[in-house]
Design a protein around this ligand. Structure first.
Ligand code: ADP
Ligand code: MG
Length: 252
């Protein structure tokens, strides 16, 4: 069974059809990439899955559950985490604090329990810390752990954004342009991390990315979008050699 299954999704903004009768599915354990020119509808697909946008039509199933029955703040509880094309972190908090925010969905204690810092709250906090420290180690963020986000280089903030999503312990990770703005070396690191996220952590990855080197390096399957619709789908090699894709990209 597919972990994520989208059928006949459509969303319009005024006269613009951002997503047009789009169907695709993501299997558990795979890295699935969405590529396409600017304005193709890639981020909109993520916003539909995250329930930020309400589709005009279509079905959205995650692990057999109807996503359309969820509100945006319930999607994370199902085990779907995302990063944003434009980094969304708390600038005036530390790396550690930002990653602890990523643990939000696992907090069980009531506000009163938290205020009085009861033993159960202490145990819970300990578990959150451990989970976050694991992510910090995994992403080599130790040198930055107590630094304020605002003062960090872009490349590091991009990694923290990935960390915040990972800290929530997702089953499905949505990465919106994980390599945008990164140097060649930073992109290489991102590639190893995405590989390890899938192989070591067993997390399914759905990503939007422009860097075809990264896409080919980590993806099992690729979906090429144009004007909100499916242009091609297959292995990275199949999609890159597809005449319709070449035409859309090169305008030939
Ligand atoms: P991509 O991520 O592939 O670059 P987007 O999904 O951001 O593309 O956008 C797809 C289309 O939908 C574009 O034409 C864009 O202008 C439009 N669009 C996206 N979000 C909105 C919105 N909130 N309001 C109006 N139009 C939007
Ligand atoms: Mg986008």
């Amino acid at each position: 069974m597919s972990l994520l299954e989208i059928n006949n999704a459509t969303l319009k903004f005024g006269g613009v059809v951002a997503v047009n009768d789009l169907s695709f599915s993501v299997q558990e354990g795979e890295v699935y990439a969405i590529v396409g020119p600017n304005g193709a509808g890639k981020s909109t697909v993520f916003n539909l899955i995250s329930r930020f946008y309400e589709p005009f039509a279509g079905s959205f199933q995650f692990d057999g559950q109807n996503l359309l029955e969820c509100k945006a703040d319930e999607v994370a509880d199902l085990g779907i985490a995302r990063t944003f094309q434009n980094i969304e972190l708390f600038d005036h908090a530390t790396v550690l604090q930002n990653l602890l925010v990523g643990r939000h969905r696992h907090r069980k204690a009531s506000l009163v329990e938290q205020m009085f810092f009861t033993p159960s709250v202490r145990r819970e906090e300990h578990a959150h810390r451990e989970a976050v420290e694991e992510v910090i180690d995994f992403l080599d963020l130790q040198p930055y752990r107590n630094k304020m986000i605002a003062g960090l280089p872009y490349g590091v903030r991009k990694v923290v954004e990935l960390g915040r999503a990972l800290a929530s312990g997702p089953r499905l990770l949505l990465l919106d342009e994980p390599a945008s703005g990164l140097s060649v070396e930073e992109t290489q690191d991102m590639r190893w991390w995405i590989d390890d996220i899938r192989k070591q952590m067993g997390i399914t990855v759905l990503m939007v990315e422009h860097d075809m080197g990264l896409v080919s390096g980590v993806s099992d399957r690729v979906l090429a979008l144009a004007d909100g619709a499916k242009l091609a789908e297959g292995t990275p090699a199949e999609v890159q050699s597809d005449p319709a894709v070449i035409e859309a990209y090169l305008g030939a």
